[in-house]
Design a protein around this ligand. Structure first.
Ligand code: FUB
Length: 333
């Protein structure tokens, strides 16, 4: 090997060993993430794992006219977070002008697809709805995939916002979405340019559970489908998260109860969440936004994390929201 290449190789190996030793030291010291997880007003966090790193994609929480971009955050251990600024900017999505909300992301065949709501449309005549952008990397830059929204109308009364994309065991991708107290499910087509109608010919099926307001989320555990959503008003103190368990992604979803809500000693308005699972440690985390105690500005929302645990019967135990957050939890050795 030429001398210069072998020097670079030795240096890179040394830096990698040093970085993972540092990560282990952090884990041993009993450090915690703290809450909020990172600085700034952010909401609706989508937590996800890509290639050995945790990622969080939140809404930038500000006046609607100022919500014209997304930042993302990534971490190897849940404690130290790196900011990736402006991974999507409305300057590259010609139909999105404001209120860019609630990102949801999936990786498919090496590409990253970022779904989002834009413009907060109030009726079928307004321009906007749910869009999708694509990038070769989780940190973007993301570019509009279609040049137009994927859903730009109200179906079954659901405002086209707050989409979550779920990959089922059989490889099918479903979108759950909807504001204004209605939730629909639709099956995405292969290249995420549209939807595949269900056997009965319908494209958008309403699956709204009791109490549902917005912010749907789904995960599978032990073969069961856990469907979760936000209840209450997002600007108020009683915003919260409830859930159901079903045998299929289509439901039926019978509400079991709330598992995340305000704590008068800690924060108000805890809701619009996501869930990440570390397969190595088998720990489950809920990532959500909440409002500092005494704060009345609806936009002052911050992203937090706490551990989510299950009872022996598979039910989710009520989450204790904390200032401390979680311990380091590396995804790989
Ligand atoms: O952040 C904008 C909106 O607030 C979201 O779309 C809703 O779910 C609520 O969290």
């Amino acid at each position: 090997m030429p001398k210069r290449i072998s020097t670079v190789f030795i240096l890179v190996s040394f830096l990698c060993c040093y970085a993972s030793a540092q990560e282990r030291k952090t884990a041993e010291k009993g450090v915690r993430s703290g809450n909020p997880l990172f600085q700034g007003w952010y909401a609706d966090p989508e937590g996800v794992v890509f290639k050995g790193r945790y990622w969080i994609y939140p809404t930038y929480s500000a006046k609607y006219e100022e919500q014209v971009f997304f930042d993302a955050f990534s971490s190897s251990d849940l404690v130290t977070w790196k900011k990736h600024p402006r991974i999507l900017d409305t300057s590259s999505v010609k139909w999105a002008k404001r209120a860019v909300w609630a990102p949801a992301i999936v990786e498919k065949k090496g590409k990253y697809y970022l779904f989002f709501g834009a413009n907060d449309i109030q009726n079928d005549q307004e321009k906007g709805g749910i869009g999708v952008a694509v990038s070769a990397k989780p940190e973007g830059p993301f570019k509009d995939h279609l040049g137009k929204p994927l859903i730009d109308k109200f179906h079954n009364g659901a405002q086209p916002i707050d989409q979550f994309v779920f990959k089922d065991k059989d490889g099918k991708y479903y979108m759950f979405y909807g504001g204004w107290r209605h939730c629909n499910i639709a099956q995405l087509n292969d290249d995420f340019t549209g939807f595949v109608p269900f056997a009965d010919g319908k494209t958008f099926k309403e699956i709204t559970p009791e109490g549902y307001v917005e912010g749907p989320f789904m995960f599978i555990k032990n073969g069961k489908y856990y469907f979760m959503w936000s209840e209450g008003g997002w600007t108020g103190p009683d915003y919260s998260v409830a859930y159901a368990i079903a045998d299929s992604p289509m439901g039926p979803f019978k509400r079991i109860g709330k598992i995340l809500q305000q704590d008068p000693q800690v924060a108000t308005g805890a809701g619009h969440h996501s869930v990440v699972h570390n397969e190595k440690s088998d720990k489950w985390y809920i990532i959500y936004h909440r409002r500092p105690l005494g704060e009345t500005n609806g936009n002052h929302r911050v992203v937090c994390i706490d551990e989510m645990q299950f009872g022996d019967d598979g039910k989710i135990l009520p989450v204790k929201i904390t200032f401390e957050g979680v311990k380091p939890d590396l995804l790989k050795k």
